[in-house]
Design a protein around this ligand. Structure first.
Ligand SMILES: [Zn+2]
Length: 359
């Protein structure tokens, strides 16, 4: 198995006709200082790291950069990878024999994502077996698990054994959006590295450079997560957001089945993404509604501040808080709804019930 991997990697490096790989992801500028500071102390790194930051802050790429630096055969004096040695090229080709990347996706040979799943024990066994090998290239071995909170209970237990007795020269890097969902036994065996929150001004400048028309609003709508802001700046999605928020602003007139049907209209492949976006809009809306009802300012939807102010007096606040928690639970289960449209209908009916017999 491992020999086959090495052979495939050698072939990819030697064969000029090898199919093009997706470009090596660029480190987000707001994470560069963090990575630089950590690389400067790489001799003191523990054997297990837990990178944490909210979704959309670029920690997956940070994890890949750290892994590449650990595996590089000629790192610079700053500890950064040279990006030119065989090891670096293997990492960038996704074929380094001393690197395991466990993510909750199944990718086929063409690089297409086939399915998104939980991280199961079978995936973690890739790491526990890997822990038993010796290094192929005589250097470090690195295993990444991201996002770590997607491990199910059996998977987390299996990983724990490797965390407790790490083989020499092996580094485990976990990345998590929601470290609170990780077992305490896992967290306690890792050194926690929270990514610093990106400065809003830097991120807005970056978003503007990416062609985002209204960076401040885009960033606020994405809850401060730069990469999400960029994703959502897509014009279609923005039009869709307006349709959803416009409907949520008029709960009496809202027709749950009609609004939720927009998810199916997105086309078969887009449905889950569209449902995820709709769920996020509803969470943002509920967050803002609760804030306005409590006399606090709007955070997620500054462009709908008036509608929120008009609606807030008629919402049942205790029920709203329960509803908000239910939405968050739905988001945690995101991979599971079989029919996103029906899941959305149920959430919208519950939403209407928050307003009693009001206007
Ligand atoms: Zn290198």
């Amino acid at each position: 198995m491992s020999d086959a991997r090495t052979t495939a990697a050698d072939r990819a490096l030697r064969d000029d006709e090898a199919p093009p790989r997706p470009p090596w992801p660029e480190l987000a500028p707001w994470n560069a200082a963090f990575v630089r500071a950590k690389l400067a102390t790489r001799a003191q790194w523990p054997h297990a790291l837990l990178l944490t930051a909210p979704r959309g802050h670029g920690k997956r790429v940070v994890a890949l950069y750290l892994a590449r630096a650990l595996l590089c055969e000629h790192p610079g004096p700053d500890g950064a990878a040279c990006a030119a040695c065989d090891s670096c090229r293997y990492v960038m080709a996704g074929q380094h024999p001393d690197l395991r990347v466990v993510e909750p996706v199944v990718v086929d040979d063409d690089g297409e994502v086939k399915a998104a799943t939980d991280i199961t024990i079978d995936r973690i066994r890739e790491i526990t077996e890997f822990a038993g090998y010796t290094s192929h290239r005589g250097g470090a071995r690195v295993a990444l698990v991201m996002p770590a909170e997607r491990m199910n209970v059996n998977a987390a237990n299996a990983l724990l054994k490797t965390l407790e007795e790490p083989p020499p020269g092996m580094m485990l890097i976990l990345a998590s959006d929601q470290p609170g969902r990780l077992p305490a036994t896992i967290v306690s065996r890792c050194q926690r590295w929270p990514l610093p929150p990106p400065p809003a001004a830097d991120v807005q400048a970056w978003l503007a450079a990416q062609g985002v028309a209204d960076p401040a609003t885009a960033l606020a709508e994405a809850g401060g997560a730069p990469l999400l802001a960029l994703e959502r700046a897509d014009a279609d999605l923005e039009a869709e957001r307006r349709a959803w928020l416009g409907a949520l602003a008029k709960p009496r007139a809202l027709q749950p089945a009609v609004l939720a049907a927009r998810i199916d209209a997105a086309g078969k492949d887009e449905r889950r993404t569209r449902y995820a976006a709709a769920l996020d809009w509803m969470i943002g809306w509920a967050t803002d509604l609760a804030a306005v009802a409590a006399g606090a300012p709007v955070r997620r939807n500054p462009d709908h501040a008036e509608a929120l102010a008009a609606l807030a007096p008629s919402v049942a606040r205790i029920s709203l808080s329960r509803y908000h928690r239910a939405l968050l639970r739905q988001r945690a289960l995101l991979q599971h709804p079989l029919t996103p449209r029906l899941a959305a209908v149920a959430l919208l009916i519950d939403y209407q019930a928050l307003f009693g017999d009001g206007p």
